[in-house]
Every structure is written in structure tokens, then in C-alpha cells.
Design a protein around this ligand. Structure first.
Ligand SMILES: [Zn+2]
Length: 171
């Protein structure tokens, strides 16, 4: 079970395992802000199971990176085809190499977009220009947000002001 870790300033730091979170709380390095409706038990004691903790001192830390994966590309693009703008379930979406692999296109955040099956077939092994298709926005590596994690919990929402909707319109 995963725990959202906030900096002393309430900014999101990362997500950690509950065992680590309990250690941080017990050692006085962090305090618990939200707990789950169940507890953990050791040989000696019962613990409240944390869901959100806040550090008691400022932690300087580089920005977390979003793992590159098919699912996270879909989430970055809000499950929306970047060519026609239609929103689809993951099972009906494909990954499109903007610059096709056969033309030397890399598999990376900047060269992959979400495309519906129809648009992917239509584009084929061509660049968008050659296919006469236009990207709705330039793809980039997304900033880390806990909503890009599969373990996201409802009681984290109020601490994550920049939450990305899982589906929605293009902006
Ligand atoms: Zn499409």
C-alpha cells in the first residue's frame, strides 16, 4: 500500500511504501495527515495505517520523473486521440510514433502520442505532414503528478492541486 508524502510546505514529494511512512512518523520526521480505515500490526504494537504524511522539515529533492509507459502516455494525453480529438478507452487506443520508427523515429515522450485505431491506420508509416494530419499539441514528457500513478487515492486529492483529470478535453 502506498502513501503520499508531502514536504513541510505541503508540496508533493513522492509516493512511498507504508512501512517506510510508518518509520518516518515514528522517528518524528513526519506526521500523519490522513489515515486509512485499517491498521497495521507488529509483534508489539498496532499502528494507524497512513495514507498521507507530511515531513516535519524541508526536503530538497529533484523533481520526480514519470515512468515512460504506454498507460502513462495515454494518461498524459487524457485518453484522447491527438489527431482527431476523440476520447477512447485504453483498449481502443494505440501509440503512434509521430516520426515512424522505420524513418528513425525514437520511442520517447516527445515522439509518441495517443492515437485512435482509425487515425493510426490512416496515418500509416508516414509523418503527420505526409499524411496530411495535424497534431493537436506538441507532446512532452509530463511533470510528475501522483495522479499518473495507478495507486492514486481519493483522500490524496486535496493535497494535489494540479491533479490531471484522467479523461477530459484538450487544452
Ligand atoms: Zn483519432
Amino acid at each position: 500500500m502506498d502513501v503520499l508524502v508531502l514536504n513541510v510546505s505541503y508540496e508533493v514529494l513522492n509516493i512511498t511504501r507504508w512501512q517506510r511512512a510508518i518509520c518516518l512518523v515514528f522517528s518524528g520526521k513526519a506526521e500523519m495527515l490522513e489515515q486509512r480505515d485499517r491498521s497495521a500490526r507488529s509483534q508489539f504494537q498496532e499502528f494507524d495505517m497512513p495514507s498521507v504524511i507530511k515531513m516535519n522539515y524541508y526536503v530538497k529533492k529533484p523533481r520526480m520523473q514519470v515512468p515512460f509507459s504506454r498507460g502513462n502516455v495515454f494518461m498524459r494525453d487524457h485518453h484522447t486521440c491527438q489527431y482527431c480529438g476523440k476520447t477512447r478507452k485504453a483498449a481502443e487506443l494505440t501509440l503512434d510514433h509521430i516520426m515512424p520508427r522505420s524513418l528513425g523515429g525514437e520511442t520517447c515522450w516527445e515522439n509518441l502520442v495517443t492515437a485512435c485505431k482509425h487515425c493510426n491506420v490512416k496515418k500509416g508509416n508516414r509523418t503527420p505532414e505526409a499524411a496530411g494530419m495535424k497534431l493537436r499539441k506538441t507532446p512532452r514528457a509530463p511533470q510528475f503528478t501522483p495522479t499518473l500513478q495507478a495507486c492514486f487515492r481519493e483522500d490524496w486529492e486535496k493535497y494535489v492541486p494540479y491533479a490531471v483529470p484522467l479523461s477530459g478535453e484538450i487544452n
